[in-house]
Design a protein around this ligand. Structure first.
Ligand code: SF4
Length: 311
């Protein structure tokens, strides 16, 4: 049963929606911590009171626990709180392509994805539109939505939205991009990425724990961490893996991703203007295993390397 149903039945979900809406007028929904009124001005996420949806479909290319038995019901929101120089979806997340969507329209998308057989609702790049998503969720649950909610974020989430999401989200799917703050600034134009990100992921883990999978291997609840290994920056990867192993523990489900390709502004940067070399990924994988991380999902090969006894 999706966790939000308990809050819906007690009336707490409606209260969370009110809290989230109020937060838009002193917005601290991500690590930018702007403190602005989004009815009056725009922050770095370039999003006011309305969410913009870029696209929505049943996605079969996510990690195996998210797609087994029906695919993941992905709703992609435009704009982002990060400015990744290598963004693969710059048209949506940097240039903001998409359509304004009311909460009722987003709720319709959720219900339509459920009807199409998706096994979860996967909100992609959700942090800056947490209020609008909760608003939509309340409507959709009233009309029969029952699928688990996946929070698929770049990992620059602040405590404010995470407090509102406690008991609402079933599966957190955060990126852990950088262990090096300078790299976060150079690659994604944000301050203090490791500090913000590590605090966010620790809180996500406190809320839902390690990833729990059903008999078919599909994710039921928990945290699934993503890390994209970047060319020429293995020390950054090692720092991320150190933190995961030491702080979250070896039972963490980790999607270690090798599909880096230069995109957007990456072609102009000497360090990241090439694909990842297979040997670099092999070193990252070996390091993860040395750290005791055995629940590894090789995203490119779509091969689950997980030791099933941890399931
Ligand atoms: S979501 Fe982040 S970037 Fe956007 S206004 Fe709020 S704090 Fe600023």
């Amino acid at each position: 049963m999706a966790r939000y149903l308990t809050l819906y039945e007690s009336g707490e979900l409606a209260e969370r929606v009110e809290r989230a809406r109020a937060a838009l007028h002193d917005c601290r929904l991500c690590g930018w911590d702007c403190g602005i009124d989004r009815a009056e001005e725009l922050g770095p996420c370039r999003t006011g009171l309305k969410a913009i949806v870029s696209t929505a479909y049943v996605h079969h290319g996510e990690e195996r626990p998210l797609v087994v038995g029906g695919g993941s019901g992905a709703i992609f929101f435009a704009n982002c709180d990060l400015r990744c120089q290598f963004c693969q979806t710059a048209r949506w997340n940097i240039r903001g392509a998409g359509r304004d969507a009311t909460p009722a329209q987003i709720a319709s998308l959720m219900l339509s994805l459920q009807e199409k057989g998706a096994r979860n609702i996967n909100v992609v790049t959700p942090s800056h539109v947490a209020a609008q998503i909760l608003d939509a969720l309340l409507i959709a649950v009233g009309k029969g939505l029952r699928l688990p909610l996946v929070w698929n974020s770049g990992g620059y989430d602040s405590p404010q939205p995470l407090a509102v999401l406690d008991g609402v989200v079933d599966i957190y799917l955060p990126d852990m991009k950088y262990s090096d703050a300078l790299m976060g600034r150079r690659m994604s134009a944000v301050r203090d990425y490791p500090r913000v990100n590590q605090a966010a992921v620790a809180e996500m883990h406190r809320q839902v724990g390690d990833l729990v999978r059903g008999d078919d291997g599909g994710a039921i609840s928990g945290v699934l961490v993503r890390h994209l290994v970047m060319p020429g920056h293995l020390q950054n990867t090692f720092g991320v893996l150190d933190w995961i192993a030491e702080r979250l523990g070896p039972n963490t489900y980790l999607s270690l991703m090798d599909q880096y390709r230069p995109a957007y502004r990456a072609f102009a940067r000497d360090d990241i203007n090439r694909p990842l070399h297979p040997d670099e990924f092999a070193q990252a994988l070996a390091y993860a295993r040395d750290k005791g991380l055995t629940r590894l999902d090789d995203h490119l090969l779509n091969t689950t390397l997980e030791t099933e006894s941890h399931g």
